[in-house]
Design a protein around this ligand. Structure first.
Ligand SMILES: [Cu+2]
Length: 289
């Protein structure tokens, strides 16, 4: 590809190649796009690093074996991430031309957790699952595609990674590469939640805490209004967003945060989010059953 550009520039390839400096003549085009965000109905997160890589998702999703992988993950109520990470698109600085190889790569990650042997797909109260056996499973498939020939060339399945633990109240384990438990409810604003890192890699807790500030405590239902501005005359709560960033939690360290208001904290580990390392914490008033 690069060779073709060199020839079209009118200079002999050998001459041009002598001056070619990959660090200054070619830059990486970065236009990462999120194609699907998880919803309550479908816990699937899809993103591509660029438009060419995105083609790999369509190619993978029309492959029968990939369809089967996605169906089986859905049956387990797994959190699924579909990430198109290759090819990288380069820009030739001289010609402005975009270059890419045909080697596409789509990574599918399925994470699912079990409490006492039962699938854990709905967030439960932290103290209700405390001292119970929790299993966290992660399965990763590398789907290699030819983005120019539009076909899947190889599917590599990695070994199932499992973490077995006993849940402790208000403690989330940040391990390789999962938060365990990944979704919990706390019925007490003012609670402190601690994230521990027993693994040999750093992790972080980064996200937005969408707080609900009740203006009339007697009318608080614990339900967060979908759009608090739409019906302002009837609204008894307003929301405000707080950005939370733990910084890196090093191996054998932990980090804690006090959640003073009700709300929903959606968070991820920025260096492992593509492997599905995401979590959700829901803080509700203590009066809610
Ligand atoms: Cu991490």
């Amino acid at each position: 590809m690069i060779g073709a550009v060199l020839i079209s520039s009118g200079v002999l390839p050998e001459e041009r190649a002598r001056e070619f400096n990959p660090l200054t003549d070619v830059t990486i085009q970065s236009d990462m796009k999120v194609l699907q965000e998880p919803t309550l109905q479908e816990n699937v997160f899809v993103y591509a690093v660029n438009d060419v890589a995105q083609r790999g998702i369509d190619i993978a999703q029309s492959d029968a074996r990939v369809k089967q992988i996605l169906d089986e993950s859905k049956a387990k109520e797994a959190a699924v991430t579909i990430a198109a990470v290759q090819p990288t698109v380069m820009i030739d600085r001289q010609s402005g031309e975009l270059l890419h190889s045909s080697a596409g790569q789509v990574i599918i990650t399925a994470n699912w957790q079990m409490v006492n042997g039962a699938l854990y797909s709905e967030p439960k109260a932290f103290d209700k699952i405390a001292n119970e056996k929790i299993e966290s499973h992660q399965q990763i498939w590398n789907i290699l595609v030819d983005v120019d020939k539009r076909q899947v060339t190889q599917i590599l399945q990695q070994a199932d990674r499992a973490i077995n633990d006993t849940t402790k109240p208000n403690l989330v384990r940040a391990d390789v590469n999962m938060f365990v438990p990944n979704a919990v409810i706390i019925y007490d604003a003012g609670s402190v939640v601690r994230w521990s890192n027993p693994s040999n890699l750093p992790h972080n807790v980064v996200g937005v805490f969408n707080q609900t500030i009740a203006s009339n405590a007697a009318n608080t239902t614990g339900i967060i209004p979908e759009n608090s501005t739409e019906n302002s005359s009837n609204t008894n709560a307003e929301t405000s967003a707080v950005a939370i960033d733990s910084g890196f939690i090093q191996p054998n360290q932990s980090w804690q945060y006090r959640f003073d208001k009700e709300g929903i904290f959606n968070y991820l580990c920025t260096i492992h989010s593509e492997e599905g390392m995401r979590g959700i914490l829901i803080i509700k008033p203590s009066s809610t059953p």
